[in-house]
Design a protein around this ligand. Structure first.
Ligand code: SF4
Length: 339
């Protein structure tokens, strides 16, 4: 079976596993022709990305990468969460890409489409090889994740951060147990993620918090947001960036189905707030101002070199000028078509 990966073909070798720790997941191994992907258009704060996996067992209900699975005749729902495409030759391809004469050593962003520290990484262990290779070539990089598995690679990341510009970001929209359990059921608990932020920063690996996507009426309560901001500041977050959910076609159907089941009373509000993909820019601006005040109230952020994750708040939405990104989803807006 062949599938498109941007403009590169790769071969799919379908193998199903049912082993302890990975029950319910099917891994589809592919040989990628290339691993560094170019993000066209200049609308993002980064130009180059690596995403070793397609699909994501973290299963966030709002995930904007879901439509990427339809390119391979799989659906945006359970298939996206359980049929994970693994670029098994990622490290080998990375070495070849970095060696190529045309490669200029630009910053590479990881976690822009799907999470590099999802469950599959526990089995395939692609990230240590990727990080080691980037260190070898002194190539700057950043990682966005919801996976506390990133701590497995802490010594390597600390080594990288000591040698070149490296930054990380943990996606933590809210610390609430119920929001987590229902909206991000495959992810580590947000308090564990916050602990990871502290451990990364303590080890000298700059780590910020992507406090997004905020779900109107679900995770935008002032007390809960203040608790998240305060915990992030205490964890030494190098930046905190926030933004409301956006709902692009393909994701909207999944999300609204979830909303109708979990929060039926909010369906009308979302239909009013989201006539299109983005909520009103005035709402986004109010949210950002509110969080900025909370950050100051919590004591402010410590400025550090290479602190800002390349995906973060400098991005204002795909040519719309209206909205900030939402964690992995920010990048997917444009990276969707190339990875
Ligand atoms: S939002 Fe990120 S962590 Fe959640 S399912 Fe999508 S890629 Fe995975």
């Amino acid at each position: 079976m062949a599938a498109m990966d941007g403009d590169r073909l790769f071969e799919l070798r379908r193998r199903a596993f049912d082993t302890p720790g990975f029950r319910g997941l099917e891994f589809i191994e592919v040989e990628a022709k290339s691993i560094i992907n170019h993000v066209p258009g200049g609308g993002m704060p980064f130009e180059w990305t690596i995403n070793p996996y397609r699909g994501c067992s973290h299963a966030c209900t709002y995930c904007f990468a879901r439509p990427t699975h339809t390119y391979m005749d799989m659906n945006t729902g359970r298939d996206f969460e359980t049929k994970i495409v693994v670029k098994v030759n990622a490290v080998e391809r990375l070495r070849a890409d970095l060696k190529a004469r045309r490669w200029k050593g630009d910053h590479i962003a990881m976690g822009t489409a799907t999470d590099p520290y999802q469950r599959a990484e526990g089995k395939y262990r692609l990230m240590p090889g990727i990080i080691r290779t980037l260190i070898e070539f002194a190539n700057p990089f950043s990682i966005l994740t919801k996976g506390t598995l990133i701590l497995r690679d802490l010594p390597l990341l600390a080594e990288a951060a000591g040698a070149m510009p490296v930054s990380t970001a943990m996606s933590i929209a809210h610390l609430d147990h119920e929001v987590w359990r229902t909206a991000e059921p495959g992810t580590p608990h947000p308090r564990k993620r916050m602990e990871a932020v502290a451990r990364l920063n303590d080890a000298g690996v700059p780590c910020g918090v992507m406090m997004m996507p905020i779900l109107p009426g679900i995770s935008d309560d002032a007390a809960g947001m203040r608790a998240t901001v305060t915990a992030a500041v205490e964890a030494g977050a190098t930046f905190i960036t926030t933004g409301y959910l956006h709902l692009r076609p393909g994701v909207r159907e999944e999300f609204m189905g979830w909303l109708a089941a979990e929060h039926p009373g909010l369906v009308g509000r979302y239909e009013t707030m989201y006539p299109k993909v983005y909520p009103p820019s005035s709402a986004q601006d109010r949210l950002k101002r509110k969080v900025a005040v909370m950050v100051q109230d919590a004591g402010g952020l410590q400025p550090r070199e290479h602190a800002r994750f390349s995906l973060a708040s400098t991005w204002r939405g795909p040519r719309s000028g209206t909205a900030g990104g939402t964690g992995h989803d920010a990048a997917v807006q444009l990276a969707l078509d190339v990875e």
